[in-house]
Design a protein around this ligand. Structure first.
Ligand code: PAF
Length: 282
């Protein structure tokens, strides 16, 4: 496994590996079993002759002024072990100063899908994500990229980025990996107190209750949102709901008569830790 820290080395790696299918997994490190599943999926797509590239970079551009950039866990040594164990061929772990010149003056802006859900409470976050993902796609020169569907809004926005800016990259979404009690795996779970951790599976319980209601014929987005809100309030009294929102899975706008797939996304604070989860309803 090659570990590359700068753009010059990355370019020579790409030149040497030209012709081999490159499947890319962008991450911010603090890797867990959810990331392991992304890397294993990338390995399957790349096959024996292709390459699996993983980036580990905590992107300052996607953190707001009051968010946890300094506190974001950095566990590079353990991350490299997880990448190796799950079949990665190359790790790109640059420094922020290598990717962002101090006088940089161009960033991408997403103007539709990012306006609701997490984007509403994290202004600029998805512009930062789009900018770094576009830069990484250019640098890594991948054929495919693999993202987790836990960050549903991110995945939908990156699909739009690829479409609108004509990136020649095939995207693959991987289902959320969960703890035994249903809590979606996240680098942020480690910040939960024991009491919060015990209540956090309420997100999944509430989303499953909505799915049951959907299967029983409930189609009113507001009723589904109310059911989820009530379930979370009952089962996780220490939490504070940021949003519960049923949306069109492609546009992330409110559900309409032409919506083919509905997603319900939730974001919930436990103290200062914000957890997200979602469910697709078909
Ligand atoms: O999902 C993440 O870890 C990040 O948002 C990403 C896609 C690596 C961009 O920094």
């Amino acid at each position: 496994m090659n570990v590359i820290n700068n753009i010059r080395q990355l370019r020579s790696w790409s030149t040497i590996n030209k012709g081999a299918r490159c499947v890319f997994v962008p991450t911010m490190g603090a890797l867990h079993d959810g990331h392991a599943a992304l890397i294993r999926t990338a390995r399957e797509i790349a096959g024996q002759n292709g390459n699996v590239a993983v980036s580990i970079f905590v992107n300052p551009l996607q953190f707001g002024p009051n968010e946890d950039l300094a506190k974001y866990p950095r566990t590079l040594i353990e991350d490299l072990g997880l990448c190796r164990d799950n079949g990665a061929d190359m790790i790109f772990a640059p420094k922020a100063e290598d990717l962002y010149p101090t006088d940089r003056s161009i960033v991408l802006q997403e103007t539709s899908l990012s306006q609701r859900l997490c984007g509403a409470s994290r202004p600029g976050h998805f512009d930062g994500v789009c900018t770094i993902v576009a830069k990484l796609f250019n640098l890594v020169q991948c054929d495919d990229a693999v993202f987790g569907k836990k960050d549903y809004q991110q995945f939908a926005i990156i699909r739009r980025l690829v479409r609108d800016l004509d990136f020649n990259v095939v995207l693959h979404g991987v289902e959320t990996v969960r703890e035994a009690d249903g809590l979606a795996m996240s680098s942020r779970n480690r910040y939960l107190s024991p009491e919060e951790r015990a209540q956090a599976p309420a997100l999944r319980t509430a989303l499953l209750a909505a799915r049951d209601a959907w299967k029983n014929g409930e189609r009113d987005p507001a009723a589904l949102e109310r059911l989820i809100t009530q379930t979370i309030q009952d089962k996780a009294p220490s939490s504070r709901i940021d949003y519960v929102s049923a949306a069109d899975a492609t546009t992330l706008q409110p559900v309409t008569a032409t919506t083919e797939l509905v997603v319900i996304a939730v974001a919930v604070f436990f103290g200062s830790t914000r957890l997200i989860d979602n469910i697709e309803l078909k």
